[in-house]
Design a protein around this ligand. Structure first.
Ligand code: ASP
Length: 421
């Protein structure tokens, strides 16, 4: 029996191939309908399982992570290092995007009439910068039960951090609660191990659907932009992030790929860093030897806040839209794009196409029409694959880097590693 890792690789390749074959069939072909039906069903179950475990996992891992960090007086260093890493890599990602978009000018000279239909039928979701902040802070603090029920990841993170700190401040008196939570986390990781067994099938199904349902004519129209986004995102993922890993932790890209490919392929297929989180945690702890104390803190936070791929995409897309409109953005305007894309990507939840909602904010910040999103939406599912994979890669590399920089004496996390299947 091939290892899970190999099964996932084979599933991903098969998924792309079958998807392409099914996409080539006529719309009414019975085989096409049944394959698409089956893949929707199986893909749905896989994502459903990941989502089932997600909220309890984020909550428990952050409480336990913070409690352990605090207990070892490491919280300050880990916090600061994590935030510096997030901001630095986001900035690098956007720099790559802006430089590439300025050199290659995607969209310049493309006929806009091509998109007039799309624009006409689209109603923009307006979200200005002040509105965004208002929304962001209003949602930060919520009744935890409401947050759990609505999957409001950011408010769950905030509540869990409070609880983690309170647990430590309370000291030995609450030791039992901490032990219960640690054991609960161990159980959740065991379930993640079970869900992983289904990953090859889930990934196969998700990729078949993704490839089969792409609209080829649209793809060729914006091919230049798609190639540019793929190339720059891959550059960030294959060159920039591994370079950081090498310089700081002296770990090779191959070592990283071997340890994290289950998570990265899952991110590619699900387009959701949040749904991939259970698998990222497992890879970081079991394969890359990141201590649960650090992984449990950096990864859930990263899945909601650290999105290099999304930031890069939003910056490139803003320049693409400007080119389409025949508008040249000044250096100052590009700086505005830079900062809003950073905030926007931080605020985007780790779910499919989340970046599209915050994209509106970036467009509006430099006076571009929000309606232009209609051009980006049809190709978003495709672009979301690679940017989510890079988002997740950035989080996992972050956990290794933070452990290296701040975690020399960081806690082991006291969570036994569950189910190394
Ligand atoms: N799908 C991305 C993620 O989950 C977010 C986005 O850019 O839409 O990381």
């Amino acid at each position: 029996m091939p290892s899970l890792n190999q099964q996932i690789l084979v599933a991903a390749c098969l998924g792309l191939l079958i998807g392409w074959l099914v996409g080539a069939m006529p719309d009414e072909a019975a085989a096409r309908t049944s394959v698409l039906y089956a893949s929707t069903l199986v893909g749905g179950v896989f994502i459903g399982l990941l989502k089932m475990i997600l909220v309890p996992l984020i909550f428990t891992s952050i409480v336990v992570g913070v409690a352990n960090l605090q207990a070892h007086h490491q919280v300050h260093r880990v916090w600061v290092t994590t935030l510096i890493y997030f901001v630095a890599t986001l900035a690098l990602a956007m720099l790559v995007a802006l430089i590439a978009a300025n050199i290659f000018e995607p969209g310049a000279g493309l006929s806009l009439t091509l998109f007039e239909d799309a624009m006409a039928s689209f109603e923009a979701r307006q979200l200005t910068l002040p509105e965004f902040f208002q929304h962001f802070f209003a949602n930060l603090f919520q009744n935890p039960f409401t947050a759990f029920a609505n999957n409001s990841i950011l408010s769950i993170v905030v509540f869990a951090i409070f609880l983690g700190i309170a647990l430590v401040a309370g000291g030995a008196r609450y030791g039992n609660i901490l032990v219960v939570l640690q054991e609960f986390l161990e159980l959740l990781m065991r379930i993640v191990g079970w869900i992983m067994r289904l990953a090859p099938l889930g990934i196969l199904a998700l990729l078949i659907r993704l490839v089969a349902e792409q609209d080829a004519s649209l793809l060729t129209a914006v091919l230049g932009f798609i190639v540019l986004v793929f190339a720059t995102t891959l550059f960030h993922g294959i060159v920039v992030l591994p370079a950081i890993l090498w310089v700081i932790a002296r770990k090779s890209p191959l070592w990283f790929w071997r340890g994290s490919r289950e998570a990265i392929i899952t991110a590619f297929a699900t387009s959701s860093s949040a749904a991939t989180l259970p698998i990222s945690m497992r890879c970081a702890q079991n394969n890359l030897q990141v201590r649960p104390g650090v992984a449990g803190f950096v990864l859930p936070l990263g899945a909601t806040m650290n999105m290099d791929g999304t930031a890069l995409y939003e910056a490139a897309a803003a320049l693409f839209v400007a080119n389409l409109m025949g508008i040249e953005l000044s250096f100052a305007q590009q700086m505005v794009v830079f900062f809003t894309a950073m905030v926007a990507s931080t605020g985007a939840p780790g779910i499919p196409s989340a970046g599209m909602v915050t994209m509106v904010m970036v467009l509006q910040a430099v006076g571009l029409p929000a309606e232009a999103i209609a051009i980006l939406l049809p190709i978003d599912r495709l672009l979301d694959t690679v940017r989510t994979a890079v988002n997740v890669e950035g989080d996992i590399i972050g956990s290794v880097v933070v452990q290296q920089l701040a975690g020399a004496a960081a806690p082991a996390g006291d969570v036994p590693q569950a189910d190394r299947a």
